[in-house]
Design a protein around this ligand. Structure first.
Ligand SMILES: C[S@@+](CC[C@H](N)C(=O)[O-])C[C@H]1O[C@@H](n2cnc3c(N)ncnc32)[C@H](O)[C@@H]1O
Length: 223
């Protein structure tokens, strides 16, 4: 088994930010975000407040805003560089839709009141998150309402993904994605973490060809 090699949390390097923005705009709508969007649509939750955790240059949030004006979406990210691009992407591709905004924040400490959102989504950010994942899941549950949805998808750490990445022509992008694959989890690690808490143990760890997902509902502890 490949050993997990941690990656730095926020993506601030201007060259990497620029390359990642191009990659996500060109490919991820079809090859990655669709997993999150399909799960959200299949849940029947077609309106409400959505938080996109580690939104990067905002393309998942933009795709959701474009498809459904009944979502109010907030993208959060540690990286000001990414958020600056996200705002540019909104103004060039969406005519400044008013149902989308961005805030600089760490997923470990979200600047929102309890029960602010109906849904939390995320794509390709989980593997960056430092600290204790269960505490981060608790923070996500704090800002999502009871019975709200959590849909987090990411890459997974495996040899096949590394082989596939060798075909990518851009050296910067190849190195960046290889580092992301090496920092990603494998489904059994996620299952082991989810099992440690009575609420997250009800969540599902999902495996796909290139990635993995965590999906479940928020259940507030009532005293
Ligand atoms: C690989 S990018 C994915 C961006 C976007 N979700 C997408 O799919 O295009 C990972 C993003 O997560 C952000 N990130 C990493 N750790 C974070 C944290 N602790 N809190 C908020 N954002 C974080 C990074 O700054 C980066 O923009």
């Amino acid at each position: 088994m490949l050993e997990r090699i941690l990656e730095k949390e926020g993506m601030m390097n201007p060259q990497e930010v620029k390359e990642y923005n191009l990659l996500s705009r060109r490919y991820l709508t079809r090859l990655g975000y669709d997993k999150v969007i399909n799960s959200l649509y299949n849940s029947g939750r077609l309106e409400g407040k959505v938080i996109d955790l580690g939104t990067g240059s905002g393309w998942l949030a933009i795709e959701l805003a474009k498809r459904n004006r009944d979502y109010q979406i907030v993208g959060v990210d540690l990286s000001q560089e990414m958020l600056t691009l996200a705002k540019q992407n909104v103004s060039t591709s969406l005519n400044n839709y008013s149902n989308l905004s961005f805030i600089k924040s760490d997923v470990k400490s979200l600047p929102f009141k309890d029960d602010s959102f109906d849904v939390a989504v995320s794509y390709a950010s989980l593997h960056h998150w430092g600290g204790n994942l269960l505490e981060i899941f608790e923070e996500i549950q704090r800002v999502v309402k009871n019975d709200g949805l959590v849909i987090i998808h990411d890459l997974k750490r495996d040899e096949k993904n590394l082989l596939f990445l060798k075909t990518i022509p851009s050296k910067i992008m190849r190195k960046l994605l290889e580092a992301s694959v090496m920092a990603s989890y494998i489904p059994s690690e996620i299952r082991e973490i989810l099992r440690r808490d009575p609420i997250t143990s009800q969540w599902q760890a999902i495996e796909s060809t290139m990635g993995l997902g965590i999906e479940g509902r928020v259940k507030k502890r009532r005293i």
